[in-house]
Design a protein around this ligand. Sequence first.
Ligand SMILES: [Zn+2]
Length: 410
Amino acid sequence: MAPRGAAALKDALACIDRDELVELTRDLIRIPSVVRPGDPASTEAAVARHVEQWLGKHGLDLEVQEVAPGRPNVVAWLGESGNGPSLLLEGHTDVVTEGNPAEWTHAPFGAELVDGRIYGRGAADMKSGLAAAMVAAVAIKRSAAALNGRLVVGALVDEEGDMLGVKHLCTTAIGRGLSAAIICEPEQNELCLEQRGVVWARVAIHGRMAHGAMPEAGVNPITALASLLHEVPGLERRLRKLCRRSPHLRPPTVTPTIVRAPLQGVEQSNVIPSGARAILDVRLTPGPDEATVALEIDAACRAAMARCPGSTISWEAVNGFRLATRVERNEPLVRAMVAGVRQATGRRAVFGGVPGSTDGTILRMELGIPIVTCGPGNRQIPHQADEYVEVDELVDAAKIYVASALNFLR
Ligand SMILES: [Zn+2]
């Protein structure tokens, strides 16, 4: 008979091979997966192939989902979906640019192992979390523990871009069958029940072209843009009132990140352009819905227009709304993980929050399933030079995934 309960957990934890986990993490880092638009050779394809081969070699069932040319999701599983819930361990295969390699002490794709740390682009965000998820699933498979339901490992593309991978997963049978997900992003193994949301408001401002010496003959969109920027602190204050306060998340912020004018033609010092454009990066905490947030951004645009007669200001959300997410402490997944952290590490679970949005945002919004973000790596280190992960934290993560999965799929 397949082992259950405490015996199954002990067996499965014993099937985690520390050296194997370290080597897998280093192998994944050594395969660069920076997505460089216009270069078909710079995608997630090579690292996805490695994930597929590794999981296949260890006997997991899997499917490769071609999301876009050269950009495959790899989705593997063990256990049957018919007889219980389906838990996803989620990771992404893309990494952000290494930037200027001269700013790195350790080669960005060298995966150097020094004093208990693995260095490289993606060491934290998030080839370590992905490797820990893969090793956890294989450990459970090796231990032959009985699963009530299905454990799924998803290695998805494009998290750092438009999140095409997770959006695709949500349209597939295995995606639609999910009951809950652990997002293996670098959160120093804290249990993050909340994450901030984001809306990128692309604002279009129309005026009327005229000679710089005769501004009265035109409508200056740059003046209207300035009025809009003047509205930003007020917009931020109103959103802070609408959103819930959280001990783990910074309050909502509204940050202009791009301003542009003129939009066409050459730049000329004596020409008032006809249009201008701006992006507002709006970060949210849980609370208001899409319509409520949209009304506040509308109000800011209207107030700016009122101060610049003749101008029109409109906006749209780039890539839609990614609202803040939150799950409650009494969710079965949270309870499984609180117990899992203690069983795996002997320590109490620490709760935290995710400062940005992740693939988990899409899973929560599209599928309505509970998500908890928990993975190895310092929360501040992603996208920096000399990114690293602590090996001890990496191994703890794999153990936490094993214990949490066995608790959840008991
Ligand atoms: Zn990430």
